[in-house]
Ligand binder design. Structure first.
Ligand SMILES: Cc1cc2nc3c(=O)[nH]c(=O)nc-3n(C[C@H](O)[C@H](O)[C@H](O)COP(=O)(O)O)c2cc1C
Length: 164
């Protein structure tokens, strides 16, 4: 199987869509990621896989922490925004590249309008080939829009489902 066939095949696994956000001394960054999953309940761990070449990789490493913002069906624009190669910025007026956010008590960037979020300390980084596997220890999390429809990604396209 080559990488093209692999991508086509793994694309049949439907996922949600998240934005990973970081704060390195007030320099904020976001990156769209669907390679996210829950890992452990004791302790509370989750993971996200980040391309070794993505700006996000160095930012999470430098920050030692990150947030996972779980996108709603009406946040496709936010997904597309943070799927661009953006440089970290000192965000002003509570906006990151135009997207409104707030900082939590740990300084993590929580984007407005998301279904839910997790705020994590970086627990471990594992070798994942051309990606780094970032394991986060969950410090805090919340549901903001209970029961509303998620943004999904399936076969290289956005999709959604009825609210559940
Ligand atoms: C739906 C979707 C899911 C993505 N999932 C991931 C992912 O899990 N990991 C990753 O490294 N890049 C993923 N990407 C690509 C990054 O968002 C993209 O390469 C981004 O420009 C990297 O940002 P940065 O280099 O500014 O950090 C995804 C893109 C889209 C549209």
């Amino acid at each position: 199987m080559d990488s093209r066939d692999y991508r086509d095949t793994v694309g049949h696994f439907a996922t949600g869509v998240t934005v990973v956000t970081t704060n390195v001394g007030g320099s904020l960054h976001g990156m769209t990621a669907n390679a996210f999953c829950s890992v452990s309940l004791e302790p509370l761990l989750l993971l996200v896989c980040v391309d070794n070449l993505a700006t996000c990789h160095g930012q999470v490493t430098a920050a030692g922490s990150f947030a996972i913002n779980i996108l709603a069906a009406d946040q496709e624009d936010l997904s597309n925004l943070f799927a661009q190669r953006l440089l970290p910025v000192e965000a002003r007026d509570g906006r990151l590249h135009g997207a409104p956010f707030r900082l939590d008590d740990h300084g993590e960037v929580l984007l407005d309008g998301c279904l839910a979020h997790f705020s994590c300390a970086l627990h471990a980084v594992h070798d994942g080939g051309d990606h780094g596997i970032f394991v986060g220890r969950v410090r805090e999390g919340a549901i903001h829009r209970p029961g509303e429809a998620p943004l999904l990604y399936y076969r290289g396209r956005y999709a959604t489902t009825a609210a559940g």
